[in-house]
Design a protein around this ligand. Structure first.
Ligand SMILES: Nc1ncnc2c1ncn2[C@@H]1O[C@H](COP(=O)(O)OP(=O)(O)OP(=O)(O)O)[C@@H](O)[C@H]1O
Ligand SMILES: [Mg+2]
Length: 322
């Protein structure tokens, strides 16, 4: 009914595929005793997409929202620009004539760079959820083949499938493929070069959003970086951001939020959100092993363990915290 036009606009799939999706959604809904509604159909399209992607990619189901993220204002602002470029694409490119005048293509692309655990992958999922797009995370190690021409074929298939399903593409940890294009040493490098050019070309013509993430921005050729629409640096969180991360990542059900000195923890341990998340999980493990609810000391201990595993020098803990 009201749903059909919206689904038709979002997914470019043929009658055969539509029939498959509807039948499959109905089967799932019947088994679960739920109605065949928009979310049931979306889930079915997601399952079909992940089947067709095979080992090359996975559909990311758990997407974050802006409210869950702790980021500096300028990063949030640039993410909103990226989202706006997708939403206002028709206006900018067609009505305002940018496509004709500057030869800008429809693809919207981004490069998210920064230290491990700064939220690059999470931010990509926020963009997908804001835009209501399926998010496909590509495993580049599965895609890159040592056989000449094979990688392009694999990549071509991915872009085609993503286009059909209106999915956003995430080339996570893309460094492996995007070494400096100028440093050609072996035949392997030359193939990688062809592949990089191929990806860029497809990102530009891809009628959708694609994001690359990397820990090593400097390993990516500046000429290549320029060809991407948005380049966002994810810096390590400052003290007050770390405090917010601790507050946000610790589940409210622990009952520790009132009265706990998150500031002291943030001050003592310089770590990114990814490590803070690990520390919070570690604290839960410690509490569970001890067969009791989590206490403040568990958080300190979790942070301590995580810090040591990061290879950082152990900071002096306040007396009595461990
Ligand atoms: N800026 C942030 N705001 C809120 N949570 C964060 C942030 N950064 C990291 N986290 C938490 O840490 C987890 C891991 O972050 P994420 O995987 O996005 O990091 P990453 O930058 O992609 O790291 P890597 O380079 O290792 O892939 C997130 O799922 C989230 O729970
Ligand atoms: Mg990541």
């Amino acid at each position: 009914r009201g749903l059909a036009p919206e689904l038709a606009a979002r997914y470019v799939i043929g009658p055969g595929a539509i029939a498959d999706v509807v039948v499959e959604a109905a089967r799932y809904a019947a088994a679960a005793g739920t109605p065949v509604d928009a979310s049931a159909l979306e889930a079915s399209i997601g399952r079909r997409l992940s089947l067709r992607l095979g080992t090359f990619g996975t559909v990311v189901h758990r997407k974050a929202r802006f409210a869950e993220m702790v980021l500096p204002d300028d990063v949030v602002d640039t993410l909103h620009d990226l989202i706006a470029m997708v939403r206002e694409r028709s206006q900018i490119l067609e009505r305002w004539g940018y496509q004709r005048h500057l030869g800008i293509s429809r693809g919207v692309s981004g490069l998210f760079s920064g230290e491990p655990g700064t939220g690059k992958t999470m931010a990509a999922s926020v963009v997908a959820s804001e835009l209501g797009l399926e998010l496909v995370r590509i495993d580049l190690s599965a895609v890159v083949s040592k056989f000449v021409g094979e990688t392009e074929k694999n990549l071509g298939k991915i872009f085609d499938e993503a286009q059909d399903a209106h999915a956003m593409l995430l080339f996570d940890e893309a460094d492996s493929l995007f070494g400096k294009r100028t440093e050609l040493k072996t035949a392997q490098d030359r193939f990688a070069n062809l592949e990089v050019n191929y990806i860029l070309q497809r990102m530009e013509t891809f009628d959708g959003v694609s994001v690359l993430t990397t820990n090593a921005e400097s390993s990516i050729d500046p000429a290549l970086q320029r060809r991407l629409n948005f380049r966002i640096r994810f810096l390590e969180p400052e003290l007050d951001e770390r405090e917010q991360l601790w507050r946000r990542l610790l589940p409210p059900s622990t009952g520790l939020h009132d009265g706990f000195d998150f500031h002291a923890l943030a001050e003592r341990f310089q770590m990114t959100g990814g490590y803070i998340k690990n520390a919070v999980v570690r604290a839960a493990v410690i509490a569970a092993r001890a067969g009791r609810a989590m206490v403040a000391e568990d958080l300190w201990a979790g942070a301590h363990h995580e810090y040591v595993e990061m290879g950082k020098v152990m900071p002096q803990l306040p007396r009595g915290t461990l």
